[in-house]
Design a protein around this ligand. Structure first.
Ligand code: HEC
Ligand code: HEC
Ligand code: HEC
Ligand code: HEC
Ligand code: HEC
Ligand code: HEC
Ligand code: HEC
Length: 406
């Protein structure tokens, strides 16, 4: 609105000269004139409430640094279309997964990448790798299209041990190509996926053209087409238009913006992809807010639930996810940076009964937020004494675990 009036004002001035006879004519020309010169970017998708997504490609022009950092994050890479080089697993030598004496899967590279199932050495079925879920930090799961219906493939990949595994939760006694991918599964791993049946929690029919992969800018900032159009049309605007300033939200609202995907697999109450940053999470899903058993951490580790159990959280006013995390950066293996965040509140570096060596001062998290083995996720083919494949996650229950660096 603002820039339209601004552009119009000079012409509006001339209206005074030509008198009321021409008023109507000029009014119309003024408005249409502005429309002609106004750039209007086409949306890449339309949210259920009618607001429109611009796509993160549009953000580069004005937020180049943030965009370039964002490309390196597991958020951005957490889902994508399969291309020549983004499936990590091997298709040539170690391309076989044997479930039992009868069932074998082969990963094959033909005109496209496929998973093929064989029973007693006879071919049963094959389906293509179409979509990847998971940045590959821990693993990748794959989806395929059957017309506009989306399904999960039976074989996933575990990066840590570089091997194909039967997808988590699948039983080894049969060949599964029939697990439907419902909106709830995509909600945390894509920015938007429009369903053909917008009120059906169990529908796996998606509008292919309106899927936005990755946890992209507009996942946290909301559909931003209005913001983009406003700033493209008036580059002089210094104040951000039509976009939320997350810093002005309450602590709980800011926490909920992350907890929406980082409080474990709760049960949805409202349709996926209707939550917007600033909303209260309670009304969208039955959350895992209550204290949880830390021996049951899974790959979907409940960082929110664990953090809120810590004294650091309970006894401070401000601690939230962005106290330690820059939401735009990949901060893996930067323990020294994290230590600085701890020291921000613990100026004495913890007042220990023992003295910390220099290196330990840079590594508060090894002792106070240790990596713990998940037990809630198990992979078939693993015997209970073999933990070589188990995934370790960083507990967010900050506490006292021992004085030995692991
Ligand atoms: C034509 C320029 C332009 C484009 C394109 C653009 N922005 Fe902005 N944006 C601005 C300006 C100007 C500001 C205000 C100054 C600042 O904070 O950098 C801003 C501010 C913001 C803010 C901070 C809001 C606040 O008050 O804290 C967010 C978040 C944001 N933009 C997100 C986006 C996203 C997401 C995209 C892409 C979908 C995008 N912007 C594309 C110009 C643009
Ligand atoms: C729409 C869902 C979603 C939202 C919202 C979200 N995340 Fe995530 N986040 C994910 C997913 C999915 C992953 C795992 C990506 C992967 O490895 O495939 C992840 C991974 C991460 C990681 C681990 C990165 C790494 O190096 O492995 C951090 C840290 C993180 N998120 C912090 C945050 C914070 C802080 C917020 C709030 C500002 C937030 N996330 C909001 C879905 C989300
Ligand atoms: C409530 C949000 C949520 C839902 C629903 C969800 N995920 Fe996740 N997923 C995450 C988060 C967050 C992580 C990263 C956890 C971490 O790094 O500790 C993750 C991690 C993963 C990873 C490992 C990625 C990596 O390399 O680090 C895979 C694979 C995965 N999810 C697949 C799925 C599939 C398949 C579904 C649907 C059946 C699903 N997820 C549903 C939030 C979710
Ligand atoms: C995982 C959630 C998440 C994603 C993805 C994300 N942002 Fe942000 N962004 C935030 C949060 C949270 C803040 C507020 C940071 C704070 O509290 O200091 C923020 C702040 C901003 C700001 C205000 C200036 C600043 O540096 O704090 C801009 C501009 C912005 N984001 C643009 C983008 C753009 C462009 C992208 C994609 C390239 C993007 N964001 C992706 C969560 C996210
Ligand atoms: C926003 C401020 C803040 C930040 C950041 C913070 N803490 Fe704390 N932490 C506190 C407060 C407040 C307490 C409670 C102190 C008390 O009650 O005496 C606390 C308590 C602790 C305790 C005692 C826990 C217990 O169960 O007895 C440990 C250990 C600790 N913090 C370590 C850390 C580490 C390590 C980091 C960085 C990863 C960190 N803190 C970051 C504020 C913070
Ligand atoms: C080698 C493991 C180790 C490292 C590294 C370590 N701590 Fe501790 N920390 C402990 C143990 C064990 C305690 C239990 C109390 C004690 O023996 O001093 C403790 C206690 C604390 C406490 C609670 C003190 C109290 O009075 O209740 C805080 C706060 C704390 N550490 C913060 C930090 C910070 C900040 C860092 C990084 C600069 C750090 N710690 C590095 C093992 C460690
Ligand atoms: C006191 C500091 C602190 C706070 C607060 C914090 N984190 Fe973390 N987070 C860390 C550290 C340290 C790591 C480990 C980074 C590494 O291993 O490189 C981490 C790792 C993660 C990971 C990757 C987990 C894994 O096991 O690989 C996710 C996801 C994450 N944080 C999400 C969140 C979310 C969501 C919040 C808010 C609910 C949050 N964090 C609050 C310090 C913090």
């Amino acid at each position: 609105m603002f820039f339209r009036m601004h552009n119009c004002s000079r012409r509006s001035f001339s209206i005074l000269f030509f008198g009321s006879l021409f008023f109507l004519l000029f009014f119309v020309r003024c408005n249409s004139g502005v429309k002609d010169t106004m750039i209007s970017i086409a949306p890449v998708a339309t949210a259920y409430d009618g607001s429109k997504y611009a796509g993160s490609q549009r953000c580069i022009a004005c937020h180049e640094n943030i965009y370039n950092e964002h490309l390196k994050t597991p958020h951005y890479n957490t889902s994508q279309l399969v291309s020549d080089d983004n499936v990590v697993g091997d298709f040539k030598v170690h391309n076989i997964l044997k479930l039992n004496e009868h069932i074998v899967f082969k990963m094959i590279d033909e005109d496209q990448l496929y998973q093929a199932a064989f029973k007693d050495e006879r071919f049963v079925r094959k389906e293509p790798f179409d979509i990847i879920i998971g940045s590959g930090t821990k693993g990748q799961t794959f989806l395929y299209w059957n017309d506009n219906r989306l399904y999960q493939l039976p074989v996933s990949y575990l990066n840590k041990s570089n091997k194909w595994i039967h997808s988590p939760g699948y039983s080894n006694d049969r060949i599964h190509f029939d697990r439907a991918v419902i909106p709830n599964c995509l909600e945390c791993h894509t920015t938007f996926a429009r369903n053909h049946l917008p009120t059906d929690f169990n529908s796996n029919m998606f509008v292919k053209k309106e899927m936005i992969f990755g946890v992209d800018c507009e996942s946290c900032h909301g559909p931003s087409l209005k913001h983009v159009n406003a700033h493209i049309n008036d580059p002089e605007l210094k104040m951000a238009q039509h976009i939320l300033d997350i810093k002005t939200l309450t602590r709980q609202q800011q926490l909920d913006a992350c907890a929406r995907c980082h409080s474990g697999l709760g049960r949805p109450l409202k349709m996926p992809f209707t939550f917007k940053t600033g909303d209260k999470l309670d009304s969208f899903r039955i959350p895992n807010y209550m204290p949880i058993d830390t021996t049951k951490l899974d790959v979907h580790g409940n960082q929110y639930g664990l953090l809120t159990m810590s004294k650091c959280f309970k006894r401070s006013e401000s601690l939230n996810c962005t106290t330690c995390h820059d939401p735009h950066k990949n901060e893996r293996q930067q323990s020294a940076t994290f230590s600085q965040k701890c020291i921000g509140c613990h100026q004495d570096a913890g007042n220990h009964s023992f003295s910390l060596e220099h290196q330990e001062k840079l590594d508060c998290i090894s002792c106070h937020m240790p990596l713990l083995t998940t037990s809630a996720i198990t992979f078939n083919g693993l015997n209970s004494n073999d933990h070589s494949d188990s995934i370790k996650v960083r507990t967010h229950k900050i506490g006292i675990y021992g004085n030995e660096l692991p």
